[in-house]
Design a binder for this molecule. Sequence first.
Ligand code: UDP
Length: 346
Amino acid sequence: MEVSGARKSNAPRSLVTGGAGFLGSHVCDRLIAEGHEVLCLDNLLTGSVKNIEHLIGNPRFQFVQADVADPAGLTSALGLGKAAPGPGSKPAGALDYILHLASPASPVDYARYPMETLRAGSEGTRQALELARACGSVFLVTSSSEVYGDPEISPQVESYWGHVNPIGPRSCYDEAKRFAEAVTMAYARQHGVAVRIARIFNTYGERMRVEDGRVLPNFLMQALRDQTLTVYGDGSQTRSFCYVSDMVEGLYRLLLSSEAGPVNLGNPEEVTILEVAKEVIELTGSRSQIIFQPLPTDDPRRRKPDIGKAVAQLHWRPVVSRREGIRRVIPYFENCARAANPARPS
Ligand code: UDP
């Protein structure tokens, strides 16, 4: 891949794939706040321009609708391989950082888009790495706690190899993320690319799609509409929920670190899904009841990150408790509920 893109300034220049998604758009915000020029790439399969509309018009921000797995799309859409740099600009072709976040990320989404999910993790990651190799960029990939599958140990530590069903309904995501890690390490070993691997545990916050099927958007929208909360299984399975501002801080610190191996990022405060349902009802002041529905196939029984490595290497730990985070995010979901049903009194 030949790369020679012009640069407007000496600001660090970053590419964020999946930059119009829930997490990607918050990452774009952070990089802009840190003074970066940001190229945001998204095919809008599960992302939305709404998430980045406040950045459009900022001279340091550029949005490109393209698929990271499409090689021609990637370089031409980014305007790479075209213009020569102007006076005072940085050397040609430089992308200092590539953050590869593009992928459907909720179990409902990746069941709906299995091919796109496999492609984003495999060919998408390879293309983004190829670009990082050509540009000499630092490359950060967002992997997932799903690489641990339905874990036999808890908390999950980075040295655990996981317990993944390679042919189950979640495998399109789990195996895509495992491949993404493998190809990232291969580029590091073979081509000397500077890589960072974030294993992201359940994260929530503003800009999540209300219909993305994940547990907090479901419970919050159900509670705010006084509808029944749908707990899958008996609700004894656990998760550990990280508020988005904590996750972005962890990702930013990882990007600037020299940690090449995978790092768990998540909030280690473990809770059962039934407890979360009760908490959401309490915090929203809802009159909703709870019903139990079948547990999806291969739904992990337990999930809790061991964040010892992030604490030691990045001096990072989450600072927003789950109750505080849920309180913070309620107004966003209230707005979503009002937008969907404007007649309803607030
Ligand atoms: N879940 C639930 N009710 C819902 C949505 C999800 O009980 O309406 C459960 C799901 O079965 C899982 C947990 O909540 O045990 C977290 O699911 P989510 O889809 O948010 O993400 P996952 O952690 O499974 O990737």
